[in-house]
Design a protein around this ligand. Structure first.
Ligand SMILES: CC(C)(COP(=O)(O)OP(=O)(O)OC[C@H]1O[C@@H](n2cnc3c(N)ncnc32)[C@H](O)[C@@H]1OP(=O)(O)O)[C@@H](O)C(=O)NCCC(=O)NCCS
Length: 194
């Protein structure tokens, strides 16, 4: 299996935002943008892998600015990292006003995809050829992101396991919630001041 460059699978998708994509507020649905992101991640990862790929996880989805009907949304996807059977695809989403040519940066996300063979099992992907510092940096950052995510998940798992009613109640101070359990008067009495 020959190694492949980042450029080999770089994929750009541009779509006009038509009125049927709008929500009740007149802006484009976030879900529509997510669906386009998934599509471009699939195209890019499958091209690199030479086989079909599935989405395993998504990181960094934040809608920084609203997208308006009539704008041209472009999604630029490239492979940042490859493991044995997985690939990380970085996606930059921008939205252009066709009248003013103003371009808004909407979103930066990372889709982890896994290549599947004809038997439906994960299958090995080609190595990635890194041709400049920027591509090397993206590869390294994907390794760091994965490590940080694993550490954060472990920490959160511990926090969830260690729920201690009295201590954790402090976290509810100044929060916009009211303790009103439906079937436990003792608990309601305990927290009647909150
Ligand atoms: C993700 C999936 C392929 C893992 O299958 P598996 O038999 O457990 O395979 P493995 O444990 O060997 O994992 C395969 C790769 O996925 C990676 N992976 C698995 N879970 C992951 C996660 N949550 N985040 C990131 N990578 C993950 C592994 O690190 C491994 O990568 P590598 O080969 O590059 O080291 C399998 O659970 C699956 O098919 N999930 C459904 C995906 C799907 O259908 N998506 C569309 C939803 S509609």
């Amino acid at each position: 299996m020959e190694p492949r460059t980042v450029q080999f699978s770089r994929t750009k998708l541009t779509e006009l935002m038509i009125p049927s994509y709008a929500n009740f507020g007149g802006k484009v649905h976030g879900g529509l943008i997510l669906s386009l992101m998934d599509k471009v991640a699939y195209a890019c990862s499958s091209k690199h892998a030479g086989t079909y790929c599935v989405t395993v996880s998504v990181d960094g989805v934040e809608f920084l600015q609203p997208v308006e009907v009539g704008e041209l949304v472009s999604l630029d996807a490239s492979v940042h990292h490859v493991g044995n059977t997985s690939l990380v695809v970085g996606i930059v989403v921008t939205s252009e006003n066709v009248k003013t040519n103003e371009i808004k940066h909407t979103n930066n996300s990372f889709f982890t995809m896994v290549a599947k063979g004809d038997d439906g099992k994960p299958t090995k992907v080609p190595e990635l050829i890194l041709e400049d510092i920027s591509e090397m940096r993206q590869f390294v950052n994907a390794i760091k992101r994965s490590r940080v995510k694993r550490e954060a998940a472990d920490k959160m798992h511990k926090e969830e396991e260690e729920f201690i009613m009295v201590d954790d109640m402090q976290l509810l101070e100044n929060q916009r919630c009211k303790i009103q359990f439906t079937a436990d008067d003792e608990i309601n009495d305990l927290f009647s001041d909150t």
